[in-house]
Ligand binder design. Sequence first.
Ligand code: PMV
Length: 309
Amino acid sequence: MKATGTANGKIILMGEHSVVYGEPAVAIPFPATSIETTIKKITGPVTLDCFFYHGPFSQAPERLLNVTTVIMKTLEKLQQPLENFSITIKSTIPAERGMGSSAAVAAATIRALFNYFKKELTTACLMELTDISEKIAHGNPSGLDTAMTSSQSPLFFIKGQPIIPFLLNVSAYLVVADTGVTGQTKEAVNSIALLSQRSPEKTTAAIHTLGKLTRQAKSAIEQNRPADLGVYMNEAHHLLDFLGVSNKELNQLVAAALATDALGAKLTGGGRGGCMIALADNKTSADRISAALLKAGAVNTWIHKMGED
Ligand code: PMV
């Protein structure tokens, strides 16, 4: 007996961090990276096999607390004991790089367990369980990563409000580049919280402007104005840098993309490492930007077509 569950990575186009403060974010599913969890029948104690750990579930390390907790909570919901199966998690989403790997691991594993025990999983239940894992991984998550794990389409997301799916109607390519440096979402989120206590006015103004740029970016996407979208991305990156969540590697890659053909470039996700994104007018340009990013130190790049040429 065997069952699987999958989930995609995601890319935040605009609105990371400001989304925690009630401003909107725009994010897209990123199927170029994904996670697959497989549950197999065995006899005896549950085993866990993933990138960070292979061994008995009961001895999994502290860094996997979000995963082990969500497994326990899912079994509680399913009213099943923790025995007689193995869990294997295979991922092509680089961990801690702002691509939502923690939420995707949770979602893929919850889906696999529900499939294995042949129970129907509602979106509400998936989101409730994924959120438990995200709270452990991120402390004070906006819910955006959780929402993205059950979405096939781009989302306009405001914390605590109904999620609005929309079409990526922009003729452009997105180049995603990994700095190779582990991002620090939790620390970055906490540092903005501290900054807003020390310099409330400046921080609130920056967060508010990030929200405005996100709304403008959504209109630029809907009205197929890639050049304007690029401008909004650049402005967002400057503000995120001002808020202290960029770093040297991200700024170097942003500069390299802009020095090539990029219409705009910014960090994506929690920052302080992780990934950045650059907007390209066409595929040739995207290829050139990707090559420039690799030359400037990116450890990996992905090219994603956003709409029609
Ligand atoms: O680093 P990621 O992909 O988990 O994205 C975090 C996004 C933040 O806005 C920084 C935090 C949040 O909870 O929305």
